[in-house]
Design a protein around this ligand. Structure first.
Ligand code: OGA
Ligand code: MN
Length: 298
């Protein structure tokens, strides 16, 4: 049977006694899913995945997303189209140069975000596997948006109930001054509506739903919306809500994108290789639909 060892009381845990590279027994899958209802971040040390076995494990949780890199015709994918390449490597497995577009694009991962909130049906969970890591730096930080919601004042909870934010990948990239998108990308990254507060159907807990991709709130003056989003992100990323993961090679970390934000920390990416590969599982429906909100198409 799998072992679950809490890292924090109810946000992050380590899971042992399971080899995810082999077909998973129904009991083990149930135990993992149960742990993942309570803990939004699970760390599975020493998983010897190759790309195929990583994808096979991820598919137990639902349909997989296709990498956004595929939208741009000139991009040649280094990995399978269902794996997001979170590395600092090019197709020749050499370190990307300072001005490489891919490197600059991936710098967006340094901002607090949740994966794919810029998609109408966003991510349910992400599964990131460490193939090689730098000796220092390059941690990933995770913020618990359920705990952050619970800690809001009743007045703020009331204020944000029913609010709908607009998320676009171009919004987060614009924060870094990055705007090199072609026509296909611009179309794919048109803003999509997402609730600001959501209830998780499996645990019943409420959560904020935030990301650097969020840039506006429907029906709210722009300056007010930006101030509110900034305050909520600052609130949610206080140290008491954050778990910082120091990677070991062969760690698989899975996180619930419905109720966490994460960011990659700096490392010397011109000196060290960091090869991280992510499979991402889609959620079941748009967040507004899940919360029973009718939202006008815009
Ligand atoms: C991701 C991501 C951060 C990191 O894989 O979605 O944002 O530390 N990663 O690599
Ligand atoms: Mn991410």
């Amino acid at each position: 049977m799998v072992t679950v060892q809490p890292i924090t009381p109810d946000f992050a845990a380590e899971v042992g006694d399971v080899d995810l590279g082999k077909p998973l027994s129904p009991d083990d899958l149930t135990a993992v899913r149960e742990a993942f209802t309570k803990f939004a971040v699970l760390v599975f040390p020493d998983q010897g995945f190759d790309d195929d076995s990583q994808l096979a494990f991820a598919r137990h949780f639902g349909p997989l997303e296709t990498t956004v890199f595929k939208l741009r015709k000139e991009n040649k994918l280094r990995l399978h189209e269902n794996l997001a390449d979170v590395s600092n490597l090019g197709n020749d497995d050499k370190i990307l140069e300072t001005n490489d577009r891919l490197r600059l694009y991936n710098l967006g991962n340094r901002l607090w975000h949740t994966d794919s909130s810029f998609k109408r049906i966003p991510a349910y969970c992400s599964m990131l596997h460490a193939r090689s890591i730098p000796p220092i730096g390059g941690q990933t930080e995770f913020a618990d948006l359920r705990a952050a919601y619970d800690a809001l004042s009743e007045e703020t909870k009331r204020r944000i109930t029913g609010l709908v934010a607009e998320h676009s990948l171009m919004t987060s990239r614009a924060r870094l001054g990055f705007s090199d998108f072609d026509e296909t990308e611009r179309k794919a990254f048109d803003p999509v509506p997402q609730v600001l507060a959501r209830r998780l159907p499996d645990s019943g807990r409420m959560s904020l739903y935030l990301a650097s991709h969020a840039g506006a709130i429907r029906g709210m003056p722009q300056a007010e919306a930006e101030a509110l989003l900034k305050e909520l992100i600052e609130h949610s990323t206080q140290r008491r809500f954050v778990y910082s993961h120091r990677w070991r090679v062969r760690d698989l970390v899975i996180w619930d994108d419905r109720c966490t934000m994460h960011r990659g920390m700096e490392f010397d990416d011109q000196r060290y290789k960091r090869d991280m590969r992510r499979a991402t599982v889609s959620d079941v429906a748009p967040t507004c639909e899940q919360m029973g909100l009718a939202v006008a198409a815009e």
